[in-house]
Design a protein around this ligand. Structure first.
Ligand SMILES: Nc1ncnc2c1ncn2[C@@H]1O[C@H](COP(=O)(O)OP(=O)(O)OP(=O)(O)O)[C@@H](O)[C@H]1O
Ligand SMILES: [Mg+2]
Length: 433
């Protein structure tokens, strides 16, 4: 049906009106019916845009039908015998309009209808006159020209529509490429930030670690030596020791984050690593067993992924741990899925870790991968930046989805993509070199 939309009024309409005015000025000038029909033509022409916007589905068909009816009326009032009216080319109007809005086949049908309307005047003519072979030939030529005009205009219009569609597709592709480029730039910026911070933290953590070891050793010795003789001092030495342990764990976390990543990528089943990470977090949350429902959805026959087993396990542990933290004592559902996916023309496996916690506010979503961003009382804010580095080391991508804003659905979802196949092998080579 009608594919093209037209503006309310354009310069072509003005030309049509001038053309109608010209016809009105030509004989028979005093024939009121002819002038009324021409006026009606003008009104239809001007309201074409309005009618199309009101009924986009059927508007074009109504317009063509109206024009055929008016053309038929016009030739009835402009000649002794309608079929001989010198105004017969008025049928070009509905024919060209149909060619403008319809497909080639529909245009042919509309042209046939217009021709039939014109030929309907054959019947009254035959009642009074006898039509010669030459007369029939003339009629056939007129009708053939209707078809010729319809096909020429329609071809042009169809070609035009095709071009517009191509430009639209091109614009969409460009927009998509642009979006991907921006995403890649954002990821690159994040990696750079992490690398710089990592170097600084590594130096600092290294320097802190040695004195910490000495403090811890001394506190333990004090604790042993004082024993029962000085309970208060012994208790204080115990605090020193336990707090040093906390500090030491923190420093180890810093070093995990800062240490240059040596990923040994070996093709393996990602679901095995996922299961191991899940079980390890589940073990530490034994008390909340009834509260959190765990759903695993792994697609069958997933391709092998080039992974560093322990790094990946660590990344998954961090994500799963965050999901547990988010759901807290209220409990909820933790859904872990793994499925084939295609990301920026790369085949791979997508792992999703989704929870039904409060989700992540939009303003925080950009920052959570930066180090030391945390909303937890006892959090360090390194978990996700470590995940991000590990995924970078696998040439994968990570993004966060959260549906807290707008929709009813709650919770956060982390989507990690790992490339597979040839791409993974090529990346592995470039990563090691
Ligand atoms: N599943 C989640 N649901 C809601 N918020 C989350 C989720 N995962 C992460 N966050 C938010 O992102 C922040 C950063 O997470 P990240 O794992 O980096 O640090 P952390 O968990 O606070 O500390 P840690 O270093 O111990 O992991 C969290 O403090 C939390 O606000
Ligand atoms: Mg965390």
């Amino acid at each position: 049906m009608s594919e093209a939309k037209r503006p309310a009024m354009n310069w072509m309409d003005v030309l049509w009106l001038l053309f109608l005015a010209g016809l009105a000025a030509l004989p028979p000038v005093l024939e009121i019916h002819k002038q009324l029909v021409l006026l009606a033509f003008g009104v239809v022409q001007l309201s074409e845009g309005w009618l199309l916007s009101k009924t986009p589905e059927r508007g074009a068909a109504y317009i063509v039908l109206l024009k055929i009816a008016l053309a038929t009326l016009l030739i009835d009032h402009t000649g002794e015998v309608g079929i001989n009216s010198s105004y017969s080319p008025i049928f070009y109007l509905p024919v060209v309009t149909a060619a403008e809005y319809f497909s080639p086949w529909a245009t042919l049908l509309w042209t046939a209808l217009a021709s039939a309307a014109y030929c309907s005047y054959l019947y009254p003519a035959l009642q009074e006159y006898e039509i010669t072979t030459e007369g029939y030939g003339l009629l056939a030529i007129r009708i053939l020209f209707f078809f010729l005009a319809a096909m020429v205009v329609n071809r042009f219009v169809v070609e035009n529509r095709r071009q517009i569609k191509r430009y639209q597709e091109l614009a969409e592709t460009l927009a998509e490429t642009n979006r991907r480029l921006e995403q890649a730039q954002e990821e690159a910026r994040r990696s750079e930030r992490l690398a710089a911070l990592g170097q600084m933290s590594a130096g600092l953590a290294h320097e802190i670690r040695n004195p910490l070891g000495v403090i811890k050793g001394s506190a333990e010795m004090l604790h042993q030596k004082l024993g029962e003789s000085n309970p208060l001092a012994s208790e204080l030495a115990g605090y020193i020791s336990s707090e040093t342990n906390r500090l030491s764990a923190l420093v180890t976390r810093f070093l995990d984050f800062a240490r240059p990543l040596h990923a040994e990528l070996v093709p393996q089943e990602i679901t095995t690593v996922l299961d191991r990470a899940l079980n390890s977090v589940l073990r530490t949350h034994k008390d909340e067993e009834g509260l959190v429902r765990v759903e695993r959805q792994y697609q069958a026959n997933l391709p092998l992924v080039s992974l560093d087993e322990s790094l990946c396990e660590q990344a998954f542990v961090n994500l799963i741990q965050n999901a547990y933290d988010a759901m807290g004592s209220g409990g909820g559902t933790l859904r872990v899925t793994a499925a084939r996916a295609n990301n920026a023309n790369r085949n791979g496996v997508e792992v999703r870790v989704e929870d039904t916690g409060p989700g992540i506010p939009a303003e925080l979503r950009e920052q959570i991968f930066n180090p030391f961003v945390t909303t937890k009382k006892t959090g360090v804010g390194l978990g996700l930046s470590i995940v991000s580095r590990i995924i970078d080391g696998h040439h994968g991508t990570i993004r966060v989805e959260s549906a807290t804003d707008g929709s009813d659905q709650r919770g956060a979802g982390f989507v990690v993509f790992f490339p597979t196949g040839d791409e993974a092998a090529a990346n592995l080579a470039s990563y090691e070199s």
